[in-house]
Design a binder for this molecule. Structure first.
Ligand code: TRP
Ligand code: SF4
Length: 329
């Protein structure tokens, strides 16, 4: 059997995952059929912006792994590990820092904007660590010599940075260690937030995978509908309604009928929301079950991460030997 090519992805453990993330994770799970897949919690990266508030970090790392597993990652088909468990990332980051022109980091498109945005909230993230965020990310990626990295559009400059760094390393030390990783974009349709804007923590418009049935009900009840509709008999405009958009994701078969009834004014928004609540809860039930399983069996969770760490460390050690050799260390 030929060895599968590798793929790697990471997420900063900053809190519970929501329905939008579930779609990304389901896509990762699909990719793990094709690639040998590594998924890690980027816990050091989480510190770059939250160095003054690390109290929840351990909980968050654990929770994000539970979210991944309950939302569809199959531990038999991928490796799950924590960035900070593989110290080689720190070594590679340090060695890369020796060859990275400062100007490359300063001109990463997100850098200045984010520092300014944080400054407005009274927080100074003009730190060494935050400037080096893309460099640590490049070390994370290149360590596993993956052919692809599934990332959102927002991470594209970081992947490009990583590719440039690989070229510079090869050029300086006259080696070919790292395949240039390609960004893997998913074709998945993006789930909007409950207010029809982008689903985001900062807008408080999300439904978490770990929300109870009761919380889902409340959140759906608060969803934005067609503002022109006051009475049930008012003709509705489903295209502006978040509830309608969600039916397209969680109640596909009935969506057309709902559309017709909304336009005719023969279905009330309350009824429409109740149907959606039920569908989302049916969707979340198996996810909740898996979550409960891992919460009740912490040793299973630990074993999964142990296995992931071992697999990751093996590749990382091989890479570091090649890197040290190339640099004559
Ligand atoms: N920067 C990524 C994010 O915020 C997280 C991340 C860190 C990552 N290292 C990575 C993603 C390596 C992919 C590969 O989403
Ligand atoms: Fe939206 Fe449904 Fe109300 Fe129409 S009936 S506006 S689709 S919630």
């Amino acid at each position: 059997m030929t060895q599968k090519q590798r793929m790697l992805s990471g997420m900063r453990p900053t809190g519970r995952l929501h329905l939008g993330h579930q779609r990304v994770i389901a896509y990762w799970a699909e990719l793990s059929e094709i690639y040998e897949s590594f998924h890690f919690t980027a816990d050091w990266h989480a510190i770059t912006t939250q160095f003054d508030d690390t109290g929840n970090l351990r909980d968050n790392k654990r929770e994000i792994v539970i979210d991944w597993l309950s939302a569809g990652l199959d531990p038999e088909k991928c490796h799950i590990f924590h960035q900070s468990d593989i110290k080689e990332h720190a070594e590679l980051h340090l060695l890369f820092s020796m060859i990275t022109p400062l100007s490359w980091l300063e001109r990463v498109p997100t850098y200045k904007g984010q520092v300014a945005a944080f400054a407005e909230t009274g927080k100074d993230i003009a730190t060494y660590g935050f400037l080096g965020y893309p460099l640590l990310m490049a070390a994370d990626i290149l360590m596993y010599r993956p052919v692809g990295v599934p990332v959102g559009q927002d991470q594209l400059p970081h992947v490009e940075f990583c590719r440039e760094l690989a070229r510079r390393f090869h050029h300086l030390y006259n080696v070919e260690i790292f395949p240039e990783p390609a960004p893997i974009f998913s074709q998945i349709e993006i789930l909007p937030g409950t207010d029809n804007r982008k689903m985001s923590k900062s807008y408080n418009n999300y439904i978490n995978l770990s929300d109870s049935a009761e919380v889902v009900k409340e959140k759906v009840w608060g969803m934005v509908t067609d503002p022109a509709r006051i009475r049930k008999t008012d003709p509705g405009h489903p295209e502006v309604c978040a509830v309608y958009a969600y039916h397209g994701f969680y109640n596909k078969d009935a969506q057309q009928q709902i559309c017709a009834n909304c336009i005719k004014g023969s279905i009330g928004c309350g009824e429409c929301k109740k149907m959606l609540t039920d569908r989302i809860n049916v969707f979340l039930d198996p996810i909740r079950e898996k979550r409960a399983y891992y919460e009740n069996n912490p040793e299973v969770l630990d074993e999964i991460v142990d296995e992931g760490n071992k697999a990751a460390r093996k590749v990382a050690c091989e890479t570091m030997e090649m890197v040290r050799d190339a640099m004559k260390i």
